[in-house]
Design a protein around this ligand. Structure first.
Ligand SMILES: CC(C)(COP(=O)(O)OP(=O)(O)OC[C@H]1O[C@@H](n2cnc3c(N)ncnc32)[C@H](O)[C@@H]1OP(=O)(O)O)[C@@H](O)C(=O)NCCC(=O)NCCS
Length: 158
């Protein structure tokens, strides 16, 4: 019988050494990517920054800003070839757990109304729209609104 070895999935704190790999993903998956300075500043500011590695390969990441009673998911990304396989869900679940353990009662995030996969993921995890920020995002033609979503963190199930 052949044993099928699943690659190890690890969730690890982001370090400056990860940023080259992150930017390679970021520039592929975002139309308006974060810069190196955005990631460096996030780490230096003490934001909760994490990467997901599968068999050692960096395949996803997120940046979370923790405030007194709420947390804000600033960015999340998964490498194209691994999208749709549940890694976004793993990252989001981890972000919610980190936020909850950090004392946040609510997790907030912004998302483009056109980003159907991300919206489906957030809705699956119980995020609800609480507002709209008009013209929040740069877009190919002018500006695009952001939907503001929130999710209470008292219980986390997926
Ligand atoms: C958004 C993003 C992070 C999601 O990561 P992902 O690995 O593709 O997400 P998942 O595979 O975990 O989940 C997404 C899909 O599974 C669904 N899903 C996730 N968990 C599920 C579950 N337990 N049961 C049913 N459906 C589930 C979602 O609704 C969605 O459906 P789809 O793949 O059919 O479109 C990723 O697509 C990405 O990097 N996109 C580009 C950057 C981006 O837009 N970031 C978000 C900015 S707000």
């Amino acid at each position: 019988m052949n044993a099928v070895l699943e690659p190890v999935v690890e969730m690890l704190p982001m370090s400056a050494r990860d940023i080259d790999d992150i930017l390679r993903i970021e520039y592929r998956v975002y139309s308006h990517p974060w810069s190196r300075a955005n990631f460096t500043d996030s780490i230096d500011s003490g934001y909760s920054c994490w990467v997901c590695r599968v068999g050692g390969e960096l395949i996803g990441y997120f940046v979370l800003m923790l405030a007194v009673d709420e947390a804000h998911l600033l960015t999340i990304g998964v490498i194209e070839k691994r999208q749709g396989l549940g890694f976004g869900a793993r990252l989001l679940r981890h972000a919610m757990e980190v936020a909850r353990l950090g004392g946040a009662a609510t997790l907030l995030l912004e998302v483009r109304p056109s980003n159907e996969r991300a919206l489906a993921l957030y809705r699956h995890f119980g995020f609800r729209q609480i507002g709209v920020r008009r013209g929040y995002y740069a877009a190919s033609a002018g500006r695009e609104d952001a939907l503001v979503l929130a999710r209470a963190l008292e219980e986390i199930r997926a």
